[in-house]
Design a protein around this ligand. Structure first.
Ligand code: DGT
Ligand code: CA
Ligand code: CA
Length: 576
């Protein structure tokens, strides 16, 4: 059973517990949520962890105690979980389906079930169309509008999976295919190679002598649920995580053409095909053919672009947003790379809603080869995350000072906070306290419903305090869950420029905020971007690559990235 399925199940248990009439402690609900977050974002399959080291090894995972570990054991062994099934009898509703609608939480879903018999999206739609919900206590007319909009978002995102869920699975499969010795080359093409934030299906390409054998091996991989279609050189399967995956077996002389074609995007391909025609060639997924029908460049993607007079373009740029014109002029920028990143400006610890101690985070950051990272716990207004007040920060920073001394400069921990920007635009900690910090990451966590003017003014006012270094997740969106709040990003970028504030590219797979098009919108301002993981446990520190992918999709170069600066330069930049 894969991580996502287990995490979703635990989350659903938390949902059901939170609305159950027999009192359960908030602590229990939180325990399930915490475990779901850990497992849902873990890059290694928990099933394998269990098989290697049993429940003991599972309990090493942050937020996984005895109960959850035994649940995982039960799931791996039997494919079922008694606790879940018992609760499910009480709540015969499609909780996951209903709560996947932005604006609908478990509690309200349950009320809708009790009062109106709403069980799933279909029955919810009926209830809305009959205006039954507006009459319910605590709902009101506007809630029908919000729910309808939510259903719309939910339906339009249907079937697209987060890159952070899909890519590790694809890479795991590629690893096994390569290890089988049956292929000469293998790679993931498609939207996953372009690092799009969500992926519709996975496209794997290989070179092999024996297509049958590879396809046979492929269909027997652990992740495969069933075979959807099988041809002489192509096999389509459905993966257990709930996404389709195609395998195409190619000859060496076609491989480059297939890589170019299946990497896409479609619109990029249309442009490159047109250029091929203008130059007297024909370009398709089999090769680059001259007038005589000879394949003159199909073996490598590089060769194809070269023959077309185009500089090679990073896959992240291939969205027909002007990259082909740049490639014609050989002006493709050198984009930021994961290796350029030397720190992380946004991380959490146990003191608030993180899972690990600062010592553990420091150790992991060291292993990643970082020069520095900022520890940025939540501030007091954010009660649900256990936000800290001034004196708690003071005490915490003493601990950080001691640890910094112990580390003897091998890595520098910057003292910071993820500071709530209050509704008024005021800051959640005293100026005096903030001035002592190295890195203040400002963030909006409340009153998302403000209109665009109000929200923009709120954030601009906060940036104008001169005390913020990084503006975290500037639009607040959660992919497939929460729409961005309304905000004028250009005005925010102006304020950021004026106050020397970096805008964040939050690398958390469900955030990726700013996204690629927002980055392009504001990169004309003289501002820097900070690519941060927002890590709540050690595994999350590895999310950096999704942020870098997003930065690359926004065409950013290394010199625009705050946490690509070496420590000395960074400290100068942060000095206020
Ligand atoms: P996805 O799967 O929706 O996340 O996005 P992609 O980009 O992976 O799209 P997919 O899997 O449908 O097809 C893979 C690539 O194949 C796509 O990026 C470009 C190429 N391709 C697919 N259909 C067409 C087409 O009709 N015309 C052209 N020129 N290329 C296509
Ligand atoms: Ca695809
Ligand atoms: Ca495909």
């Amino acid at each position: 059973m894969d991580n996502k399925t287990i995490a979703d199940l635990l989350d659903e248990i938390a949902d059901m517990l939170s609305v159950d009439e027999t009192p359960t402690s908030r602590f229990e609900v939180r325990a399930y949520r915490t475990a779901a977050l850990t497992i849902g974002t873990l890059q290694e399959p928990v099933e394998e962890i269990y098989k290697k080291g049993g429940t003991k090894e599972l309990m090493e995972l942050p937020g996984v105690g005895k109960t959850i570990a035994s649940h995982i054991e039960e799931l791996v062994k039997t494919g079922k979980l008694m606790k879940y099934q018992k609760l499910k009898k009480k709540f015969p509703i499609k909780m996951a389906e209903l709560t996947s609608i932005p604006g609908l939480g478990a509690k309200r879903a349950f009320i809708l079930y009790k009062k109106l018999g709403v069980k799933d999206i279909a029955t919810l739609k009926t209830a809305i169309s009959k205006h039954k919900i507006s009459k319910l206590e605590g709902f009101g007319e506007k809630s029908e509008e919000v729910l309808l909009k939510g259903i719309e978002i939910q339906q339009s995102s249907k079937g697209r999976m987060l890159l952070g869920d899909a890519l590790p699975i694809a890479e795991g499969m590629i690893k096994k295919i390569i290890a089988s010795g049956l292929v000469k080359k293998a790679l993931v093409a498609g939207s996953a190679r372009r690092m799009r934030e969500t992926v519709g299906d996975l496209d794997i390409l290989v070179i092999a002598n024996n297509a049958d054998k590879v396809m046979e091996f492929f269909t027997k991989l652990d992740n495969v649920e069933r075979v959807v279609a099988k041809g002489p050189t192509r096999t389509a399967v459905w993966l257990k995580i709930g996404i389709g995956c195609d395998l195409r077996v190619l000859e060496p002389e076609n491989f480059g053409a297939a890589v170019q074609y299946f990497t896409g995007s479609r619109d990029h391909n249309i442009q490159t095909r047109k250029i091929a025609i203008e130059k007297g060639y024909k370009l398709n997924e089999y090769g680059l053919f001259n007038k005589k029908g000879k394949n003159v460049g199909g073996e490598s993607e590089e060769k194809i672009y070269e023959m077309l007079g185009l500089q090679w373009m990073p896959p992240e740029m291939r969205e027909a947003r002007g990259e082909v014109e740049l490639a014609q002029k050989h002006k493709i920028p050198k984009l930021v790379e994961i290796g350029d990143i030397v720190g992380d400006m946004h991380t959490h610890t146990k003191e608030t809603d993180g899972m690990n101690t600062i010592d553990e985070v420091a150790e992991s950051a060291l292993k990643l080869g970082y020069e520095y990272f900022a520890t940025t716990n939540h501030t007091k207004s954010l009660g649900i995350a256990n936000g800290m007040d001034e004196s708690e920060f003071e005490r915490y920073f003493k601990k950080v000072d001691t640890l910094n001394e112990k580390l003897e400069g091998r890595i520098k921990i910057l003292k910071g906070a993820e500071l709530d920007i209050l509704k008024s635009g005021k800051l959640d900690l005293s100026n005096e306290c903030l001035k002592k910090m190295d890195c203040v990451v400002g963030a909006v966590h409340s009153s998302f419903q403000m209109n665009e003017n109000e929200m923009t003014e709120r954030v601009v006012r906060a940036l104008d305090s001169g005390l913020i270094h990084v503006l975290a997740h500037p639009t607040g969106r959660i992919i497939n869950e929460r729409v961005p709040y309304k905000i004028d990003l250009e005005k925010v970028a102006e304020a950021a420029e004026r106050n020397n504030v970096a805008l964040e590219i939050n690398a958390f797979p469900s955030r990726l905020d700013l996204n690629d098009s927002n980055i392009m919108l504001v990169s004309k301002y003289k501002i820097m971007f900070s690519i941060d993981t927002d890590a709540h446990n050690l595994d999350h520190l590895k999310f950096m690559r999704y942020g870098v992918g997003t930065a690359r999709r926004g065409w950013l170069t290394k010199d625009r990235i705050l946490n690509a600066l070496p420590l000395m330069k960074l400290m100068k930049k942060l000095a206020r």
